[in-house]
Design a binder for this molecule. Structure first.
Ligand code: BGC
Length: 862
């Protein structure tokens, strides 16, 4: 083994230059540097000068919203108004100043970018940079000052409704990608806002649930991505999370904010609340919250950090320096992003470069999960010399996902569906037959038709629970995403009303179908169209109801269901234009086709803000249909579009499985690029795909409920849990295949010890041993062989992606510093790298380690 010692400063510069080995041509250049350095030099002085001129009331006016997405202007001092906007994968359409309604603008479309799950799956810092550059430039063009992203809460629980917005389950992967993403956003003179700080890992009672992880779990798992954003990327905005942290709202937690964020990490930007959070004036003011947003009161003066804050300062209960600090931070951000600068970047939106970036990121995030030979070779990439007739099915074949999911919705400039992408790719060369397979079970009305929305933007039905059949005493009101109800209290009769605005996508006869145990009534525009009086207490007696009605395209209809019972109902329909084929028909077509592509997965009816999924199954009988298709044609490709893990009971039978995420407006083109081999897939899973929900830590440890979350698995999030418990997942974290093959060899370490100012350089060779050009990710995992505390068997510590021509070999370099060897030591309350033996493992997946080396860490020098 060659041992060379390298000074840390040199390594740092190499690290910055070579963080990504991908040779992909930069298709977008960042704006050129301007007089920004000069501007930055005077920021603190300029801010102090302004602050000295402000009254106390003016300072307080900057600590709370003055519109849904606005911060007050102070005209007297030429302090401009600030505009904020969601969100992580595109600039949201314009919302009315004082309500959640759309402002009705016609020119507020944006580039709908692949979701951050896709960036995470690319394992490529260049994709993260590109994503940030597009987002920043478009936010700026829309005159936004804060963009409310990136979102980085870790995917601890597959059911978590917001996994689709974030960067997977691993703290190091997310941290390494978030840094270039934030830097690129902010280069456009827009403040990035990393969210949600911290521990927002479920939507179930997201405002009330009390997160109680140990300090070690907090530090090692849930904070590193925020820490990197603050310390390495200089993020200017941090959004607090809805949940509680040890009994107080996370936004006003002294420990999270004053001790860590603003204390240890030295955060100089603005900590803002999420929209409508349960805080109190004193704690929020004293514990470092800078800006209150979204509180649901009629008068902005009634915000906790408005009049009540001013009064407490005037009464001497809160020092005035607290208001100074909050105002200073807002003014600081304003100056850094050039709001007082003539040359502030102007931004651009919906350019062809942005569309190309969306396609590139989407393609790099696609993960080829399985590609077994059928006959002499694997099905993918599709060989169009042989494959001339393709049957395309599945709910995501022609589905758009931009306008859904909650606050991260994007009014997309356009969106290429998978079907449109295939058609564009094949032209006349391949004949595509399209079908929608009818499942044997009744499916609820798809969310595409639901025009009413939860306030976050998620298509939803309003559900009201009453005490009696006459519906006089309202017990509870809530939201539900589907026209489907299942009682969780089978002993008690429920009296519920569910209402939604439904907008047909095509005019014509809609066949409404109901399966119900109990009494059921449906009104459309106040007229009863279905009514059944069964015996509400009679269990096990399912009845089916039917009604056909002519509806107009794009017109809103008020649907209202009244249900009395203690079991369930499903209201579904056969809508015109959906062309549902029955089993005999689609199986016959599948048998005839040269290949079948089933675009299944989830939608924002499942992956959505404010509501967790109920289980990990594919909805609407997809498993049944997929299994039948695979049986009918072994050249069936299952292509899943989803933001969080799903079960795959048919996995052993499937020969080809691809995972595509929500791929943004260019998703269809990117999917077709990979299916046909124009792009060689190089994505790797940023989440574990468990075989079943019951294998996951929060479920095994009974730690998923509405009251409190103890994070009982500790630092064993995601794959660390599966490794420790020796549970085999369906597909491992870090797994992803290519159309070529790679060999990793020649692992070398630059030293046998690292001191505090040195770093260890790990190098290895990667060779493309196949016949196609392709990119491979080398993943570095670490094991502390002699740890005094329980540590994971493998912890990701670094990675490098490299593009290789057939036969080509390149060397990749990954750097480890002392912190990488450390764990959070609860007795000294600090990071501790224990001397002793470590194992360094390299592979192209967590479960495919091909290179190992031992390394002895010497004790720290005093
Ligand atoms: C979400 C945030 C979002 C905010 C503003 C909240 O519901 O949790 O992520 O930025 O709304 O739309």
């Amino acid at each position: 083994m060659n041992i060379i010692l390298i000074p840390f400063s040199l390594i740092l510069s190499i690290l910055l230059l070579s963080a990504c080995q991908n040779e992909s041509k930069k298709i977008i250049q960042e704006p050129p540097l301007k007089a920004k350095t000069e501007r930055l030099l005077t920021v603190e002085q300029d801010v102090s000068n302004l602050l000295a001129k402000m009254t106390l009331a003016e300072k307080v006016s900057l600590a709370h919203a003055s519109g849904k997405f606005h911060i007050n202007a102070i005209e007297r001092l030429n302090i401009p108004e600030m505009w904020l906007s969601d969100g992580p994968h595109g600039v949201r359409h314009q919302i009315e100043r004082h309500t959640w309604k759309s402002a009705g603008w016609t020119d507020d479309q944006a580039t709908y970018l692949p979701h951050l799950t896709s960036v995470a799956a690319s394992w490529n810092v260049e994709m993260a940079r590109l994503h940030g550059q597009v987002l920043g430039a478009e936010a700026r063009e829309r005159k936004k000052d804060f963009i409310l992203g990136p979102g980085v809460n870790l995917a601890r629980l597959p059911l978590y409704g917001r996994n689709f917005e974030y960067m997977g389950e691993d703290p190091v992967l997310a941290a390494k990608l978030v840094v270039p993403q934030i830097k690129a956003i902010q280069k456009n003179d827009v403040a990035a806002t990393i969210k949600h700080y911290a521990l927002n890992t479920q939507e179930l009672n997201r405002i009330g649930v009390n997160a109680k992880p140990t300090e070690r779990t907090l530090r090692e798992v849930y904070l590193p991505v925020f820490e990197a954003a603050v310390k390495e990327a200089g993020v200017l905005g941090v959004m607090g999370s809805y949940n509680q942290y040890y009994g107080t709202n996370a936004n006003q937690s002294k420990h999270l904010v004053m001790d860590i964020l603003k204390g240890e990490w030295g955060f100089q930007g603005v900590l803002l609340t999420d929209w409508n959070v349960d805080i109190n004036t004193y704690d929020a003011a004293m514990n470092g919250l800078d800006l209150e947003m979204g509180t649901e009161v009629d008068d902005y003066q009634d915000y906790f950090l408005a009049k009540p804050f001013l009064t407490m300062i005037e009464d001497g209960k809160i020092p005035s320096s607290v208001a100074d600090d909050k105002a200073r931070r807002i003014l600081r951000v304003q100056h850094i992003i050039g709001m007082y600068d003539q040359n502030r970047h102007l931004g651009v939106r919906n350019t062809v470069e942005h569309q190309a970036a969306a396609r590139k990121i989407a393609a790099e995030g696609i993960v080829l999960l399985k590609n077994e030979p059928v006959g002499s070779k694997p099905i993918l990439p599709l060989d169009t010399n042989i494959i001339k007739n393709i049957l395309v099915l599945g709910p995501n074949a022609d589905k758009k996902h931009g306008t859904g999911g909650g606050s991260s919705e994007v009014k997309s400039f356009y969106e290429i569906t998978p079907l449109a992408g295939l058609k564009a790719k094949f032209g006349d060369a391949v004949n595509i037959q399209v079908m929608r397979a009818k499942s044997s079970a009744l499916s609820p009305i798809a969310s595409d038709y639901v025009a009413s929305r939860h306030w976050t933007g998620t298509p939803a039905w309003n559900i009201s629970y009453f005490a009696e059949p006459a519906r006089k005493t309202l017990l509870e009101e809530s939201w539900i995403v589907d026209s489907q109800y299942k009682s969780t209290q089978p002993e008690t009769v429920q009296y519920i009303t569910m209402a939604a605005k439904i907008k047909p996508l095509a005019a014509g006869l809609h066949h409404l179908n109901v399966k119900v145990e109990g009494d059921f009534q449906l009104k459309i525009n106040n007229k009863v169209v279905i009514s059944s009086q069964a015996n509400v207490r009679q269990v096990g007696k399912e009845i089916t109801l039917h009604y056909a009605i002519k509806l107009n395209e794009n017109e809103d209809y008020a649907f209202e269901v009244q249900y009395n019972g203690h079991e369930y109902f499903t209201l579904g329909w056969d809508a015109p234009g959906e062309f549902f084929a029955d089993e005999a028909e689609y199986i016959a077509a599948a048998k005839k086709a040269d290949a079948v592509i089933y675009f299944g997965g989830l939608s924002h009816g499942d992956d959505r803000e404010s509501i967790d999924r109920l289980n990990m199954k594919l909805p609407n009988s997809q498993d049944e249909i997929i299994a039948k298709l695979i049986k009918a044609n072994e050249k069936t490709i299952v292509f899943l579009v989803a933001g969080s893990a799903v079960e795959m009971p048919w996995v052993a039978q499937a020969n080809a499985i691809v995972w595509g995420w929500y791929g943004g407006m260019e998703a269809g083109h990117a999917f077709a690029d990979v299916l046909t081999g124009t792009v060689n897939p190089s994505g790797k899973m940023p989440i574990t795909l468990p075989a079943k929900l019951a294998d996951t830590a929060p479920i095994v440890l009974n730690d998923y409920n509405a009251e409190e979350s103890l994070y009982s698995e500790g630092v064993f999030i995601g794959y660390r849990w599966f490794e420790q418990q020796k549970i085999k997942p369906l597909f491992s974290f870090g797994h992803g295949l290519s159309y070529t093959n790679f060999e990793i060899s020649g692992l070398e370490l630059s030293a046998n010890n690292v001191s505090d100012d040195e770093t260890l350089l790990v190098t290895a060779k990667v060779k493309n041993t196949g016949a196609r050009a392709g990119a491979e990710v080398v993943e570095l995992y670490l094991r502390d062989v002699e740890a005094s505390v329980l540590r994971p068997n493998k912890e990701l510590k670094g990675f490098a992606k490299v593009m290789l021509q057939p036969g080509e070999t390149k060397t990749v370099s990954i750097h480890l510093n002392r912190r990488d060897f450390s764990f959070w030591d609860e007795s000294s309350n600090n990071w501790l790298a224990e001397a002793g033996e470590f194992e360094i493992m390299l592979g192209n997946s967590l479960d495919n380690i091909s290179q190992r080396a031992k390394f002895t860490l010497q004790p720290a020098q005093l």
